[in-house]
Design a protein around this ligand. Structure first.
Ligand code: FAD
Ligand code: S2G
Ligand code: ZN
Length: 455
């Protein structure tokens, strides 16, 4: 980085927070899946909203591109440099305000999900979104990528949790509407616009979250089932009966094999079933009786083996079989992770056909399927591919589009899926997105190459 620019950056954030040494930059330059990496001009770590504004003003003036970064747990290569950008790490913006008894809290963009959970749960509140990366994923990154996770069927995605935001535009302008209201009809809604913008429209510095009440009683059931499609169909019928349903996840036997092997967890049953359905019910009273009745009434011979967890430890042990899939797959190689969505009624067809379309173009590859079935969201992870070979990605993403679905249900577009954005959203939508991008970041310094394909 040019010495004068470096001196100006150091004058804003302090020399300790402008990293140019390759060794110090390294952890900021490779994504979690290890599929994307690039060398940053520098890593800059502002300690306040005003410092973010001053840094962006400098970089916008110098036309230096910026990659905003939170916990760097994103799955689509959007949080790491492609080469020559400044990585703007928001992890120092961690402060959390006292919880408002109306069930809201304002936190810094760099606060991790776990930190916020620990901050609000003792007061009887919880964050509506939960996901396996909770210890590293930051609230700012979760808003920017509109994270989904394991509670969407009950609480919606991250966009639905955001009551107010503070963010900084490329030229250093600070936008702030933090008190936030559930109903606020005063023109364009900033939180909706920035949620899912993946660091391309503004840098989020503070978030006001609407919280959900903690539910005193919970039960988890894990069952062997014939297929992912059966799991989706049964979960839909359970949702109709069970207002206490908060999660419905499914995964295949191949995934369980990896978790047992890599995470060293015990298989839940002596028999290896083709697929598994995990559901969680939670409420003020014990939800087990109604779950048992619903399974009795709706499962009609579809389930083989059922394990039930009532106490915290058993529930956690059952969840780990699902939550350890991501790291277990990464233990087996560098996966091409295709997080796609289809209408729930077509989840079965997607699960059937995805391995077939992959086999046609990549005979040596193998597929691990799992996901949030009631969100219509499967994570089609393909292993055994050359990182540069995107034939399997193309086949799966086009399959999702052909089923009336989306090329990204929760992880976003990043750099991974820009090639398919127009095939999914159409030229008109992409043009409209470009118009908004040009308006808010006219010099195009915010995360170039992410979300919108190069013109
Ligand atoms: P990063 O990875 O640092 O960045 C993500 C994107 O947001 C990038 O484009 C970046 O430029 C931008 N960004 C980051 N911070 C800011 C900011 N303050 N302002 C503006 N832009 C910003 N995701 C799900 O949706 N559901 C899941 O169930 C799920 N499970 C996961 C499980 C594991 C084990 C792992 C490793 C990841 C999982 N993820 C999941 C993916 C990831 O955790 C989410 O995408 C999360 O929202 C990323 O947060 P982060 O702070 O790590 O963001
Ligand atoms: C999950 C994590 C990323 C992946 O575990 O729900 O979102 O595809 C995923 O493994
Ligand atoms: Zn997921």
């Amino acid at each position: 980085v040019h010495p004068s620019l470096r001196r100006e950056l150091e004058a804003v954030v302090g020399a300790d927070h402008v990293l140019t040494d390759p060794g110090l930059r390294a952890t900021y330059e490779t994504d979690w899946t290890r599929r994307w990496r690039g060398s940053a001009l520098a890593v800059v770590r502002p300690g306040s909203t005003d410092e973010v504004a001053a840094v962006l003003r400098l970089l916008n003036e110098a036309r230096v591109p910026v990659v905003p970064q939170g916990g760097n747990t994103g799955m689509v290569g959007g949080s790491v440099p492609r080469g020559g950008e400044v990585v703007l790490s928001l992890t120092r913006l961690r402060e959390m305000e006292p919880v408002d008894e109306a069930g809201e809290v304002t936190v810094g963009a760099g606060a991790t999900l776990t930190a916020v959970q620990e901050h609000v749960r003792p007061l009887g509140w919880d964050v509506g979104v939960d996901l396996g990366a909770r210890d590293s994923a930051t609230i700012g990154g979760m808003v920017a990528s509109n994270a989904g996770g394991i509670r969407v069927v009950r609480n919606g995605t991250m966009r639905a949790q955001v009551r107010g935001l503070e963010a900084v535009l490329a030229d250093g302008t600070i936008l702030r509407r933090l008190p936030g209201m559930l109903k606020d009809n005063t023109g364009l809604h900033l939180p909706s616009l920035l949620a899912g913008s993946e660091g391309t429209l503004a840098v989020i510095t503070r978030v006001r979250l609407a919280l959900v009440p903690t539910l005193a009683r919970a039960v988890v059931a894990l069952a062997g089932i014939g297929s992912i499609g059966d799991a989706a169909a049964l979960a839909s019928r359970l949702r109709r009966r069970l207002p206490t349903l908060v999660a419905a996840e499914a995964f295949t036997a191949e995934g369980l094999d990896l978790v047992v092997h890599h995470a060293g967890l015990a298989a839940p049953f002596s028999v290896r079933h083709p697929a598994y359905l995990l559901v969680e019910c939670a409420g003020a009273a014990d939800p087990l009786p109604e779950l048992a009745d619903a399974l009795e009434a709706e499962a009609a011979g579809m389930l083989a083996d059922v394990a039930v967890g009532e106490d915290e430890a058993t529930r956690r042990r059952l969840w780990l079989l699902r939550e350890r899939l991501t790291e277990s797959i990464s233990g087996a190689g560098i996966p091409h992770k295709l997080d796609v969505g289809v209408p729930v009624a077509r989840v079965g067809e997607l699960a059937e056909r995805a391995p077939q379309v992959v086999a046609e173009v990549a005979p040596g590859a193998w597929v691990v399927l799992y996901g949030h079935v009631l969100d219509g969201n499967l994570h089609i992870n393909v292993l055994g591919l050359d990182p540069e070979d995107e034939a399997a990605d193309d086949a799966v993403l086009r399959l999702a589009i052909s089923l009336g679905g989306t090329i990204s249900a929760e992880h976003g577009v990043g750099v991974a899926k820009t090639r398919w954005l127009e095939a999914d959203r159409g030229a008109a939508d992409v043009a409209a997105m470009r118009a908004v991008k040009r308006a808010l970041d006219p010099r195009g310094i915010l995360n170039p190459g992410v979300l919108l394909p190069p013109e």
